[in-house]
Design a protein. Sequence first.
Length: 132
Amino acid sequence: MTDGFALLSRIAGFASISPELILAVRMLLSGALLGFVAAVAGERLPPARRLALHLLAGALLNGVYLCTSWWAIQRGMPAGIMALLGALQPLVVAVASFALLGERLGIRFWIGLATGLLGVVMVLAPSRRSWR
């Protein structure tokens, strides 16, 4: 959930509603809006199997990730650590595609992976002076 959405929910008086419910409503409203825009643009739905895979991916990427993030934050995990874990998601997916699916990855991938990991290390470093 974004900070702006969290602030709006507090201003609108929804502070007592669980974050999971707010996320579910947000996903449904976003999906309806996107569906409307696609229909106006004349886009067709993908075949049933592909549509099911898209819906599953969306539920896993947004629903599971965001709900578990809020669950962890509610139990004391610092929001900054959760933000870093969220930022690492593309790197984890890329490495998993290499390890689990056997995808061939070029040099640009490995440079990007190293750059991303270096960024995480720099953020987690105890002092900025160590990078000067």
